[in-house]
Design a protein around this ligand. Structure first.
Ligand code: ZN
Ligand code: ZN
Ligand code: ZN
Length: 375
């Protein structure tokens, strides 16, 4: 994806986001924010540079000052077409000039700045060379909730991405599994996500039989057999917002144990979902799901956190994990995805994206959570 984000946001929307970010920076005791190309820049301005290059592109946000986007001169016309361009001014620099000196002229010579996690180290080092009195902190560490609470338009886009992922599942459950490789089914998933409007496919996990016991197994050459449990986990971006859902299907009739473990994960997922309430701490969602699995004696086989935030990326804060005391706020979107992974045998994961409302959670994935039998 290059150029501009397709989301239907106006310069006023981006102005409001940049104002909010600058105020949040001030509240956090920061002199400003330095935002490199990536999800933060997309969310704040709608701009993605035409190519990821070594040339410096950096949004400078400082409390009480107008936002400035530092861009290479040759990319200035692209930046000027970004949906948020009307809410900022451009400062371009030409090859052969020092982009860091140009940026330094916009900044206080001292202070602590939040900088995008994905900013290139060479750019941060260049800034530190010209502004030795400044220090830097990870933007995600300083302002983890900056993009976490979605507004109504963003929630509509999240719901549409979820519906597209659900439509993908409704189609994939009809395709033959037995006798085909994981890679072949994964290619089907990717094709369906694009057919239902995704511009970017981030992952298509098809983890069959023993591969299902590895939560991050993607796809491989294993031929799926009758009797396999198959963990499907797929998502990406549709109109700039993320989808991510998991269902675990079985090829033919399952054993009693497979059914029991699937039921257990489904109950854990339901318990995690029911723990979603405004004001509840993120860790309560994890605890609720985990308690169900632990009570059944499978606690040691649930080897990851219960969920992660999602928005303009498919993995971001807040995290549903023990120790995360961040309270849930209406408009937050995150996954609830407990799993059980039995080494060498099979795995089960069930995942929905959930958004927080005034009276609890609302699922953005609504396909069957009962075990689906495939051919
Ligand atoms: Zn089986
Ligand atoms: Zn997932
Ligand atoms: Zn997920």
């Amino acid at each position: 994806m290059t150029g501009t984000a397709p989301a239907p946001f106006t310069a006023d929307d981006y102005r409001a986001r940049m104002d909010r970010a600058a105020r949040a920076a001030a509240d956090a005791g920061l002199a400003g924010l330095l935002v490199a190309p990536g999800p933060d820049l997309v969310w704040l301005t709608g701009y993605t540079p035409p190519a990821a290059t070594e040339r410096l592109t950096l949004l400078v946000l400082a409390p009480g000052r107008a936002p400035v986007l530092v861009v290479p001169t040759l990319e200035a016309p692209d930046a000027a077409r970004a949906p948020g361009a009307g809410a900022l001014s451009l400062r371009d620099w030409t090859d052969g000039k020092d982009p860091y000196a140009a940026t330094a002229a916009l900044l206080d010579v001292s202070g602590r700045f939040g900088i995008s996690d994905n900013a290139w180290a060479m750019h941060l080092l260049g800034l530190q060379r010209v502004l030795p009195g400044t220090s830097h902190v990870s933007l995600t560490e300083a302002l983890p909730m900056l993009r976490a609470v979605k507004d109504a338009a963003e929630l509509d886009l999240m719901a549409a991405a979820g519906a597209a992922a659900d439509a993908t599942f409704e189609e994939i459950r009809k395709v033959p599994f037995a006798g085909r490789t994981e890679s072949e089914v994964g290619a089907d998933l990717a094709g369906l996500l694009r057919r239902f409007g995704h511009s970017q496919v981030d992952f298509t996990i098809v983890a069959s039989g023993p591969n299902g016991a590895n939560p991050h197994h993607e796809v491989g050459d294993r031929v799926i057999e009758r009797g396999d449990m198959v963990v499907l986990d797929f998502g990406g971006l549709k109109d700039g917002y993320g989808s991510d859902t998991s269902r675990t299907v079985h090829v033919g009739e399952p054993t009693d144990e497979e059914r029991r473990v699937h039921d257990l994960v489904r109950e854990a997922q339901e318990a995690g979902f029911r723990a979603v309430q405004p004001g509840a701490a993120c860790q309560e969602v994890d605890r609720a799901a985990r308690a169900v699995i632990e009570a059944a004696g499978y606690g040691e086989y649930f080897i990851h956190r219960t969920g992660h935030g999602i928005g303009v990326t498919t993995h971001e804060p807040p995290y549903m994990i023990e120790g995360e005391r961040q309270p849930l706020v209406p408009g937050m979107c995150f996954s609830v995805e407990p799993g059980v992974y039995l080494p060498g045998r099979f795995g089960v994961r069930i995942e929905d994206i959930v958004t927080v409302t005034e009276d609890g959670g609302r699922r953005l994935n609504t396909t069957d959570r009962e075990m689906v039998i495939v051919d």
